[in-house]
Design a protein. Structure first.
Length: 273
């Protein structure tokens, strides 16, 4: 894996997918924000950092708690959406792996799904710990494994069933579900010299009217799945879609579909007063 190539692909992809993410995935990921802020201990009067802020949902919620919020993202288009909707946020174009802030600058740090998009997750978490003040908490979310997080799982399982492999122009990245494992998440956090590690699962259902709604939404809002699917032959693409439709049908509920969403939330404290 080339971390630089992966990070460049992610930054370019999220810049291109900002509107699609905002329309489809952001309302879903926003449902995890309150538990995320609770795990980070966000409260009034704190200076806090929202990592990979995207359209600014988490930062805006933190601001309603009375916190002074700084948000970063690698995608200018994401920051543009956040700035237009949430002018109260201080926003910067920056990577979690190289933060432009002094040591101990923030009372709390949180990142909603940022770990999945870092070529060097250990370096990223070390940076988040560096800018966290002693006694402050860091909280991070990742998608759970596909067996439990079916919103993405049905797509990934369909790709697997069709025997599709990544096209050569798709940069390899870290294992998608490495930090869905509580032990791996704990080792990542303690490896950054953090303590008092906690882990929880946030689960809920997401209702859809049709398989097309999920198919189109995921392809419009996920950076790596589109190139993975569209990089296949037309026959393989048809096989993926057929498997996807069958897997989604397993979640039919009345006149629509109810797909389980599962998220892992890890948090830890920086030692000190």
């Amino acid at each position: 894996m080339d971390p630089e190539a992966f990070n460049a692909f992610e930054a370019e992809g999220w810049n291109a997918k900002a509107a699609g993410y905002d329309a489809f995935l952001a309302p879903i990921t926003a449902r995890v924000v309150e538990p995320l802020l609770d795990a980070a201990g966000v409260r009034s009067g704190q200076r806090v950092l929202d990592v990979a802020t995207g359209p600014g949902h988490a930062g805006a919620r933190a601001a309603t708690r009375g916190a002074q919020v700084v948000g970063i993202d690698v995608a200018p288009a994401m920051l543009a959406i956040a700035a237009e909707r949430h002018p109260e946020l201080e926003l910067h174009l920056a990577s979690a792996e190289d933060l432009p802030f002094e040591d101990g600058s923030f009372d709390a740090v949180f990142g909603n799904f940022v770990l999945l998009h870092l070529g060097r997750p250990e370096q990223g978490v070390a940076e988040l710990a560096r800018v966290l003040a002693p006694g402050g908490r860091l909280a991070l979310t990742v998608w759970d494994v596909p067996e439990r997080a079916r919103l993405q799982g049905v797509v990934l399982d369909a790709v697997h069933e069709a025997g599709a492999t990544p096209p050569p122009d798709l940069p390899a990245g870290p294992p998608l579900f490495r930090f869905s494992d509580d032990r791996e998440m704990a080792e990542l956090l303690t490896g950054a010299s953090l303590s008092d590690v906690e882990s929880e699962t946030v689960a809920f259902g997401h209702r859809l009217l049709s398989p097309d709604e999920l198919w189109d939404g995921v392809l419009a809002s996920a950076v790596r799945l589109g190139p993975l699917i569209f990089g296949q032959s037309e026959e393989t693409q048809r096989e993926i879609r057929a498997a996807f439709d069958r897997l989604v049908e397993e979640h039919r509920s009345g006149d629509g579909y109810e797909l389980p969403v599962s998220v892992k939330l890890g948090s830890a404290r920086k030692p000190g007063s």
